[in-house]
Design a protein around this ligand. Structure first.
Ligand SMILES: Cc1cc2nc3c(=O)[nH]c(=O)nc-3n(C[C@H](O)[C@H](O)[C@H](O)COP(=O)(O)OP(=O)(O)OC[C@H]3O[C@@H](n4cnc5c(N)ncnc54)[C@H](O)[C@@H]3O)c2cc1C
Length: 412
């Protein structure tokens, strides 16, 4: 008999899961209170970050973070009044800032990111969304050689996972891309990808899913219906939508639904920002991470998008002034010659766990309950493979990967 699966959340993770489930023969309903691509999946930097094996909790960060948080020229911002609410997350995060955990986490991030472009190609094939996918290099640009030197351990770790890179120094960098002539040097990595309009990409995938008989409901999920240890449906206010299996992919907003499933995950938002320059007079040749600013400048359809920054401040507060001003100042400093017609701004929520690893798999102790959340800075990159794994598990198959590192029950 055909399974009916409800997937909550129509960002890249939920849409990829729904599509792979549909291809596997399930009848699928995708639920999102605001429709597809309403969250982080729309406003990100559009980079398929195959080299992103480093956790956010790099060794030594815990000592630098307080200085970064009080500097207006560092890409970390805090809403101080929110900090007590994320104390558990911060403590857990601090515990991971050591070489041993960094190596362990990198090992688990590798299968999520390394073949990202191929995973996207497989997901998008035949959907019409392929038109947004482009193979490209990815550059890390440094203002000076001291900054490059300080980042050497990261390059060694990437290298250990098979990421190859080439140093473009001074004139070689200017020759590769004259727009980057102000930087002292850059590391160039091949084998990456970019999405030229992340929102349109997710919308195209969702449109295809609907065209193939999938159902999209624009409602807010409020809870889970159970019969003993079996999930039987999704609650939407007073109504219940019956299903055989329920998959929660509600990004940074997943906590209430996870709690209803009896699952405690220290999930926080790492707020991020983008600034778009429409009609930009010049674009970088490849997505470029401005290392000092921790934002990526990505050429996109009709505009250049600068996206990144971390602000810790919860889900409720609106966008803050300081991160946006930081991005504007960085733009003037790094790309002063770019002219443009107009700017637009955006703020969004990365769903992040303190160990930089998503939660993917079955909810312990329940039948028919699944989770795919917490993809932090690499959710666009890792969404398709997560969706593939989740669909395999829901349909009774075993992913060809050791899923232990992503276990939903690992936080106790
Ligand atoms: C500034 C910035 C730059 C980034 N750059 C990159 C990048 O270049 N590459 C990369 O790989 N990643 C990047 N990321 C991270 C990436 O965007 C996220 O990890 C990813 O989009 C998360 O996808 P998701 O599907 O889990 O969540 P989301 O896209 O946030 O989707 C969650 C969905 O759930 C819905 N929802 C929530 N609660 C409910 C409910 N109760 N009922 C119904 N619906 C609900 C929401 O409406 C939303 O549509 C970036 C993030 C930011 C903020």
């Amino acid at each position: 008999m055909q399974k009916h699966v409800i997937v909550v959340g129509a960002g890249i993770v939920g849409v990829a899961t729904a599509l792979w489930l549909q291809r596997g023969g399930a009848q699928v309903t995708l639920v999102d209170r605001d429709g597809p691509a309403a969250g982080a999946s729309a406003g990100n930097a559009g980079l398929l970050a195959a080299a992103a094996v480093l956790p956010n909790s790099e060794p030594g960060l815990i000592w630098r973070a307080p200085f970064m948080a009080v500097s207006r020229d560092a890409p970390l911002f805090l809403r101080w009044s929110y900090l007590p609410f994320m104390a558990r997350w911060l403590l857990e995060f601090a515990r991971q800032c050591n070489p041993r955990d960094t190596a362990r986490i990198a090992q688990a991030l590798a299968p999520l990111v390394l073949d990202s472009f191929d995973q996207h190609r497989a997901l998008a094939q035949g959907t019409g969304a392929e038109r947004h996918l482009h193979p490209c290099d990815y550059l890390y640009a440094y203002a000076d050689h001291a900054a490059l030197k300080a980042s050497e351990p990261g390059w060694e770790m990437r290298g250990a996972h098979g990421v190859s890179c080439e140093l473009l120094d001074g004139p070689a960098l200017a020759e590769y891309d004259p727009l980057l002539a102000r930087f002292a040097c850059a590391m160039r990595m091949g084998g990456h990808g970019r999405i030229s309009d992340p929102r349109a990409y997710v919308l195209d995938l969702a449109g295809y899913f609907e065209g193939q008989g999938g159902r999209i409901l624009r409602v807010e999920a409020t809870g889970v219906a159970r019969d003993g240890a079996r999930v039987t449906g999704l609650r939407v206010g007073a109504e219940t939508h019956d299903c055989d299996d329920l998959v929660i992919c509600a990004g940074a907003w997943s906590n209430p639904l996870l709690r209803d499933l009896g699952l405690r995950v220290p999930l926080e938002t790492e707020r991020g920002y983008h600034l778009e320059l429409w009609g930009a007079s010049a674009m970088p040749r490849a997505p470029t991470m401005v290392a000092a600013g921790q934002f990526v400048a990505t050429p996109m359809a009709g505009r250049l998008r600068l996206a990144g920054i971390v602000e810790l401040g919860g889900l409720r507060a609106g966008p803050s002034r300081a991160p946006r001003d930081f991005l504007r100042r960085s733009l003037k400093r790094c790309f002063p010659d770019i002219q443009y017609d107009r700017q637009t701004e955006w703020m969004g929520h990365r769903p992040s766990t303190p160990d930089s690893l998503p939660v993917i798999g079955a909810v312990p102790g329940l039948t028919g309950a699944w989770v795919g959340v917490g993809h932090q800075h690499v959710g666009l990159t890792a969404g398709p493979v997560t969706g593939r794994w989740l669909a395999q598990m829901v349909l009774g198959q075993r992913p060809n990967t050791d899923m232990a590192a992503y276990a939903p029950g690992r936080f106790g």
